[in-house]
Design a protein around this ligand. Structure first.
Ligand SMILES: *C/C=C(C)/C=C/C=C(C)/C=C/C1=C(C)CCCC1(C)C
Length: 266
């Protein structure tokens, strides 16, 4: 890009980020009234901190697109989209929490339905930047993810009993884990990826096992122990918020590091 285009890109981008940050707060005033965050509301504070971290991460990933070589731009775009979509949901979730002190489950699921498939597709995108990957790998990752999320959703929405819905969701999750460790995606990584991609791929799949385990645990304690859900709402939301920090921002940073080291090679 010429330097003129680059500075036009930066200005357009800053304007976009500004509009993006002021819109949800005016939308909320109309729907929820004007409850203010109290300094004693630690859960509300955690919603606020993660919102801002997601905004900062979005700006970072989008601006860094200019720095990496063309075939790595897609992976940074997708990382930025994940944090952008999540930031927008966090604005609303934060407002719901501050006004009602209750768990904004429906926003979390809408967020997951968009961001989790995008995160899984990153495995396919980073492999595709360095080697040939058949299209079916993409579909396997997407389908496993959808089975996991739809199972969870029908359980939480009461469309199906909590336990069988949980089992369906766990099957989807187990399938994705299989695919990135022992299945085709895992094999392609081990046999044909560059060292930097292999390292990123391994860290990312550890996140899918360890970081992602927090969500089914939350579901289990929320719906399957018989305890009243309201008791655990505070803990649950703080834990989910911290989990999203690792699973969306740190995940993106791992990809960014890989994209930069692959781009700087020559
Ligand atoms: C950014 C948001 C992320 C990474 C959300 C991930 C969500 C999950 C891994 C949810 C998993 C679930 C199961 C494995 C079983 C059924 C219940 C779910 C949907 C909570």
């Amino acid at each position: 890009m010429t330097s003129y285009l680059k500075s036009a890109y930066n200005k357009a981008f800053m304007f976009f980020m500004f509009c993006f940050m002021i819109t949800p707060s005016s939308a909320k005033a109309a729907t929820l009234g004007s409850a203010n965050l109290q300094s004693s509301d630690l859960v509300g504070v955690s919603f606020w901190v993660i919102s801002m971290a997601l905004v900062a991460a979005t700006a970072f990933f989008f601006l860094e697109i200019q720095r990496v070589s063309p075939k790595w731009k897609t992976s940074l775009t997708v990382s930025g989209l994940v944090t952008l979509v999540a930031a927008t949901h966090y604005f609303y979730m934060r407002d719901v929490w501050v006004a009602t002190q209750s768990t904004p489950t429906v926003y979390r699921y809408i967020d997951w339905l968009i961001t989790v498939p995008l995160l899984m597709v990153e495995f396919y995108i980073i492999l595709s930047a360095v080697t040939n990957v058949p299209g079916r790998v993409f579909w396997k990752l997407i389908i496993g993810t959808l089975v996991m999320l739809i199972g969870g959703y029908v359980g939480e929405a009461g469309l199906m009993a909590a336990t069988p819905a949980f089992v369906i969701g766990m099957v989807g999750w187990a399938y994705i884990i299989f695919e990135i460790y022992a299945g085709e995606a895992g094999q392609i990584n081990a046999s044909s990826a560059t060292p930097a991609v292999q390292e990123a791929f391994k860290l990312m799949r550890t996140i899918v096992v360890v970081g992602w385990a927090i969500y089914p645990l939350g579901y289990y304690f929320g719906y399957m122990t018989g305890a009243p859900a309201a008791d655990s709402a505070k803990t649950l939301n703080v834990v989910y918020n911290l989990a999203d920090f690792v699973n969306k921002i740190a995940f993106g940073v791992i990809i960014w590091k890989c994209a930069v080291s692959e781009s700087d090679k020559r």
